[in-house]
Design a protein around this ligand. Sequence first.
Ligand SMILES: O=C(O)CCC(=O)C(=O)O
Ligand SMILES: [Fe+2]
Length: 294
Amino acid sequence: MTKNASPSAFSSFEIRLDEFIDLEEFPIHDLTSPRREMLVNDCRKDLEKWGCAHIPNFITSSAVQKMRDEAFRIMAGALRAHSFVNPYLTKDDSSLPKDHPMRFFEERTSSFINSDLLETDSILRKIYDSDVMVHFFSECLNVGPIYRWAEPLGRNPYSVMKDGDYFPWHFDGNDFTVSILVNESDEGGDFEYAPDIRSPKNENFNDVKSVLYGERDKLKVLSLRTGDLQIFKGRYSLHRVTVTKGTEPRIIALPTYVTNPYLVNRPHHAEAFYGRSMPIHHERNLERLDNLTD
Ligand SMILES: O=C(O)CCC(=O)C(=O)O
Ligand SMILES: [Fe+2]
């Protein structure tokens, strides 16, 4: 093992859920609890209706504080790719018409603290490694089984947006993302999304194009507060984060889940979002079951 290898996963035995969740308010560990059942049903309804479930104050303020402290400690390692990206994180294809969504490039100035930089004792790693959490999210999404992602850089990063930063329109390489806001920007930083605008059978380039060119009819806007949790189907919903303003950075933890535990991001996606590709991105550059562009 090299000195910089990322730490191994925590087992359920080592993870105390009450280190980050108030189990009286959110008894996600108790499968017989009517409160848990209600929470799951509310999430399912919201995902169905809004393409997104939002649980205010899900993570305790002390855990949020620890995640924020961690993010600030390791912030210097955040990679600011500063590259132009299209919604599919693919390279430009000049054989397509100029106004095709795959040729819509925007400058991304936000950065990621990649997953391999998290500290050994990171609360974010514990949240991510907890099977109780994976099970809970799977029930909320009404999809199962879901798995933690093999992606070494993007599996549970922090996204960081400083004064003037913008996170452009895109679809995710993974199926589902859970977001936990750990630091609010002074202004901006709204999460905008077009729920389920594409599906495994339909890229729906026409509607995607209209959103990219400014149509707001299909858009939902979510303004998260510190400690809130969001469950979101990022592979099917076009989304972006609006420009952040002020001295406080917007920092959000992003534990991500997949239905195929073997796949990782494509090399170009890894380079454009996470600043570099690794041998695994080239070795596992396989066809996707859903055939969607990425
Ligand atoms: O910062 C956010 O809220 C979303 C980040 C995101 O869309 C991503 O990391 O793919
Ligand atoms: Fe995303």
